[in-house]
Ligand binder design. Structure first.
Ligand SMILES: C[S@@+](CC[C@H](N)C(=O)[O-])C[C@H]1O[C@@H](n2cnc3c(N)ncnc32)[C@H](O)[C@@H]1O
Length: 360
């Protein structure tokens, strides 16, 4: 049944209030964090002049804050259109209660000096000493983003979404939601309960929480190599048998050949060394059945949006991203064609792109 004008107005007002509030909250944290880092760096420079690694000026264009906020506004407009078209429900608050949000905010700022220290000292191997790290591949035992604990600790899992939203000025969840559009296309007219679906490298489950709301009867495998992040997924989603956490490497998935109808993978590939990237692509090709859909989400690559090229050069200098430069050079279409897929289409969402691959 079509929405009445009053219902549409309520939807729009509630969407505008919640999303504008999120962007202001996270962009405000970003501005305060940069001020804090400048103070920390200035103090260090006064005591140890010339010892801090310098950031190379990017050759490509760097969008202004105003431009990024305009692009985020355009994304949110598209997001609302998707809601109004019935592709998915109004976004729920994925950030917790106000006290929980304030506690995360305090923890975020308390961690800023540690992140600044690691960036300054290029200290990215501390995660090796965290409990359980020795059981993980060596490439994984790093402080990605210079974050405390790497992917290993519950504290890191608790802070991760805040750090990502601050990085993307509050647009990360909206970017991920664009994956729900092709998922809706794939699931329409089918009994969700019969579909085998996995989110590979699900992190803390922020995307799966949105999947749960949009497709409540869809069984989900939540796959990740971090016990701590899977713990956060469980906490976020709650105890339900419809979401099954699976601790596994994406390059060795504990799934049968052709066992999945549908798979998503969001922001994993730029974290992988080139050789592992090829193994993971082949593994996804192995587990998605012929005719199945794989949705890949990653950072834009050089030339995708030339106005953002300089930002892509800056990112791996500011955050520990050892494999990002090689990701920028990767031919993603070829990577997945070699794994048995054909590209059906690509859409951009501010800092990221969403590519739909069909298994041949
Ligand atoms: C940048 S986060 C992305 C998380 C999530 N998909 C999101 O949208 O925020 C990368 C995630 O990949 C996981 N990861 C990294 N290498 C992996 C591997 N080889 N196999 C499985 N998960 C891996 C990490 O534990 C982490 O949760």
């Amino acid at each position: 049944m079509a929405a009445t004008p009053l219902e549409r107005l309520v939807t729009r007002l509630s969407f505008a209030a919640s999303q504008a509030g999120r962007v202001a909250w996270y962009a405000g944290h970003g501005a305060a964090m940069r001020r804090a880092v400048r103070r920390i760096d200035a103090q260090h420079d006064a005591n140890h002049p010339g010892t801090r690694p310098q950031i190379r000026k990017p050759r490509g264009a760097v969008p202004s804050t105003r431009r990024m906020l305009a692009d985020i506004a355009a994304l949110l407009k598209r997001d609302l259109e998707n809601v109004e078209a019935g592709l998915y429900p109004l976004p729920a608050d994925n950030d917790g209660t106000l006290p929980a949000r304030l506690a995360t905010s305090r923890a975020f700022f308390a961690d800023v000096p540690e992140v600044a220290r690691r960036r300054r000292d290029r200290a990215h191997r501390e995660a090796r000493h965290e409990a359980g790290a020795a059981k993980r591949p060596r490439y994984y035992q790093q402080n990605f983003h210079f974050q405390s604990g790497g992917w290993m600790t519950p504290d890191s899992a608790r802070l991760y979404d805040m750090q990502v939203e601050v990085l993307f000025n509050g647009s990360a969840d909206a970017m991920r939601r664009q994956v729900l559009v092709p998922m809706a296309g794939e699931l329409t007219g089918r009994d969700q309960r019969t579909i085998c679906y996995a989110d590979i490298a699900c992190g803390t489950g922020s995307f799966l929480a949105q999947v749960r709301r949009a497709f409540p009867r869809l069984p989900c495998l939540a796959i990740d190599l971090s016990q701590a992040y899977l713990g956060e997924t469980r906490r976020r989603i709650g105890r339900t048998s419809i979401v099954k956490p699976v601790l596994a490497k994406a390059e060795a998935l504990p799934l049968a050949d052709g066992g999945l109808d549908l798979a998503t993978c969001i922001f994993l590939f730029h974290e992988l060394p080139p050789k592992i990237r090829r193994l993971v692509a082949a593994e996804i090709g192995r587990v998605v059945r012929p005719g199945g859909l794989f949705i890949f989400v990653e950072s834009l690559q050089t030339g995708d949006n030339p106005d953002y090229d300089g930002l892509l050069e800056l990112f791996p200098q500011l955050f520990h991203e050892p494999y990002y430069a090689s990701y920028l050079r990767t031919d993603v279409t070829r990577l997945f064609e070699n794994a048995g897929f054909i590209l059906e289409g690509t859409t951009h969402a501010v800092f990221s792109k969403i590519m739909r691959f069909r298994r041949v």
